[in-house]
Write a protein that binds this ligand. Structure first.
Ligand code: DGL
Length: 260
C-alpha cells in the first residue's frame, strides 16, 4: 500500500512507444506524478543484444532515479524481455514490466500473429511465455517496424507498406508485442479485420496492483486523501523531449506538461 502523500512514477521506453502506456496510466491514476524517460536517439533497441539493451536502459534509469520515484513502469516489451530481472536487482523500487498480451489473445483462441522486435522474439522470457500460453500462435519478428514508426510518427500512412509487416494468411487476432506498434493498431485492424491485443491497459492496471492501491472490490482505495485531492504532473526526461511532449499533447490530446 502507498503511504506517502506523493506518488511519482517513471515510465520508461526506448522512444515514443511508452507514451501509450503513460497515457493509460495518467487516465487511470490522474493523481500521480509521472516522468516519461526515453532514449529516442538510440531507437531501435529491438536490434540490439541483451547486454547493450541493459546498458542503454540503465544509462537512462540511473539518471532518472535522482527524482526518487515510487515505482518504475518499463513500457517496453524489448527491455522487459531482455533484462527486467537485472533492473529489479538494481533499483530498490517496484518495477512493472510489459509483456506481449499473449495470454489475453489465447483466451479468444483462433489463428493469432504476435508482432515483436527481433530481440523480443529471441529472448527466452518471451519464448517461454508463448510456449506456456499459446504455442500455436505465430511469432512475427518485425525488424524495421519500430524505427519506421519512431521516424514517421507524424505522417503514418493509412495503408502500411507491405515489406514492413508480414502476417500469415487469415489471422483472427494480432498481438502488438511492442509499444511502438500500438500507433498502427487502427491500420492493422482495418487491413486484416482482426482483433487487436496490446497489453497497455493491463500494464496500467498492474501498476496499481503492485502499489497495493486496490481494495477487495477492485476500487482504488489505498492512497492518502491528500494525494487523491490533486491532479498530478507529467514531465519528460532524456531523449527527444520536444518530440515526446508533442506526441503526448497532440496525439493523445493531453494537457501541456511541465519542465522538470
Ligand atoms: N517500444 C519497444 C518495445 O515495446 C521497442 C522499440 C525498439 O525497438 O526500440 O518493444
Amino acid at each position: 500500500m502507498v503511504k506517502s502523500d506523493k506518488v511519482s512514477v517513471i515510465v520508461f521506453d526506448s522512444g515514443i512507444g511508452g507514451l501509450n502506456v503513460l497515457n493509460a496510466c495518467v487516465k487511470r491514476y490522474p493523481h500521480f506524478d509521472y516522468i516519461y524517460a526515453a532514449d529516442n536517439f538510440n531507437v531501435p533497441y529491438g536490434m540490439r543484444s541483451a547486454e547493450e539493451v541493459f546498458s542503454l536502459a540503465t544509462a537512462v534509469l540511473d539518471g532518472a532515479m535522482q527524482y526518487r520515484p515510487t515505482a518504475i513502469v518499463v513500457a517496453c516489451n524489448t527491455v522487459t524481455a531482455e533484462c527486467i530481472e537485472r533492473l529489479r536487482e538494481r533499483y530498490p523500487v517496484p518495477i512493472v514490466g510489459m509483456q506481449p498480451a499473449v495470454k489475453e489473445a489465447a483466451k479468444s483462441g483462433g489463428k493469432c500473429a504476435v508482432l515483436v522486435t527481433e530481440a523480443t522474439a529471441q529472448s527466452s522470457n518471451f519464448r517461454a511465455l508463448v510456449a506456456a500460453n499459446f504455442p500455436s500462435a505465430t511469432v512475427c519478428p518485425c525488424p524495421d517496424l519500430a524505427a519506421y514508426i519512431e521516424g514517421n510518427i507524424f505522417a503514418l500512412p493509412e495503408v502500411l507498406p507491405k515489406d514492413l509487416v508480414a502476417l500469415p494468411e487469415n489471422c483472427e487476432s494480432i498481438v502488438l508485442g511492442c509499444t511502438h506498434y500500438v500507433y498502427l493498431a487502427g491500420q492493422l485492424s482495418r487491413a486484416y479485420c482482426c482483433r487487436i491485443f496490446d497489453g497497455i491497459d493491463g500494464t496500467s492496471r498492474r501498476l496499481g496492483e503492485m502499489l497495493g492501491i486496490y481494495d477487495h472490490r477492485g476500487e482504488i482505495s489505498g492512497i492518502s486523501d491528500h494525494c487523491l485531492s490533486k491532479t498530478g504532473k507529467v514531465s519528460f526526461y532524456c531523449g527527444n523531449i520536444a518530440k515526446n511532449r508533442r506526441i503526448y499533447s497532440a496525439i493523445f490530446g493531453n494537457q501541456p506538461t511541465r519542465e522538470l
